[in-house]
Write a protein that binds this ligand. Structure first.
Ligand SMILES: [Zn+2]
Length: 277
């Protein structure tokens, strides 16, 4: 069971090293290293991560500029090289999960998306055949905007065609890109059952991002703070109580990262406390 945060929480002001006991005191044991601007971690931080690895479970989020589904071959080439650096970095830190965005820049038509997915699958399979993966798994993440690659079906397809890919199910992105689809516990459970049925071996290692989100007709607008309402005053969704209930009903060993805006530790603690109750 892993519940944790994405990056250093905004509310935490102390030294990086002291953040881990602070998180632990809240019952949290997960930390997603945000490599938003590149797969680079300072020597100091590497030592601290090594020190807490085991007591904490670390995952790593790839830079946003990685775009393996791009139509621009130069971008794909650079993204492949970046991804290889990331895999080496993860191996050196004993981190086994790299989360990445499948990308954009394709033509948003059935044909355009198909081409982008084929290219992404080829690029990943090239990467993973060219280097030693060690224990590293790659997690394509559900995209939040309708134009992004990374629908539920696309994530399942990528995972079924790439030996080293496993699903990162960002339930908020899923809700947003489907324009508010997750309106009940049953609907969420159905979606997870679909993944379980189609890629059962990969499902065991599923990775979640869970928080509530503001969205419009193009999908994601903004992550909400934990407990914050939508601009129209309605309750922020998807419902985290339902999410935790589904984790339990399906007997999923959870690895859940909160990306609640500026309040990720509160969101993570909320889900953790519900889960252990
Ligand atoms: Zn992400």
């Amino acid at each position: 069971m892993v519940f944790g945060v994405a990056g250093v929480p905004t509310n935490y002001k102390g030294k990086f090293e002291n953040m881990f006991p602070w998180l632990k005191a809240m019952g949290l044991n997960g930390f997603e290293i945000q490599c938003t601007y590149g797969f680079k971690i300072s020597e100091d931080r590497r030592e601290i991560i090594n020190k807490f690895n085991g007591e904490f479970q670390f995952s790593m989020h790839a830079p946003y500029y990685i775009n393996l589904g791009s139509l621009n071959t130069a971008v794909v080439g650079r993204s492949k090289a970046n991804m290889k650096e990331g895999i080496e970095l993860a191996k050196s830190l004993n981190v086994n999960r790299i989360i990445f965005h499948p990308g954009g820049g394709h033509e948003n038509t059935e044909q355009g998306r198909r081409k982008a997915i084929d290219q992404l699958v080829d690029a990943i399979n090239e990467i993973t055949s060219e280097i030693d993966m060690g224990n590293v798994r790659l997690y394509p993440e559900i995209g939040g905007k309708t134009a992004n690659l990374g629908s539920l079906d696309e994530i399942i397809e990528i995972c079924s065609r790439c030996k080293f890919c496993y699903p990162c199910i960002d339930i908020a992105h899923l809700h947003a890109r489907e324009i508010g689809s997750i309106t009940s516990k049953e609907i969420l459970k159905e979606k997870l059952m679909k993944i379980k049925n189609e890629i059962p071996e990969k499902f065991k290692y599923i990775h979640f991002h869970a928080y509530t989100i503001n969205y419009g007709d193009k999908g994601e607008i903004k992550h909400l703070k934990h407990g914050e309402s939508m601009p129209d005053g309605s309750v922020g969704m998807p419902n985290l109580d339902d999410f935790v209930a589904v984790l339990k009903e399906m007997q999923i060993d959870p690895w859940v990262i909160s990306e609640a805006l500026d309040t990720q530790e509160l969101g993570a603690k909320y889900m953790h406390d519900l889960y252990v109750k």
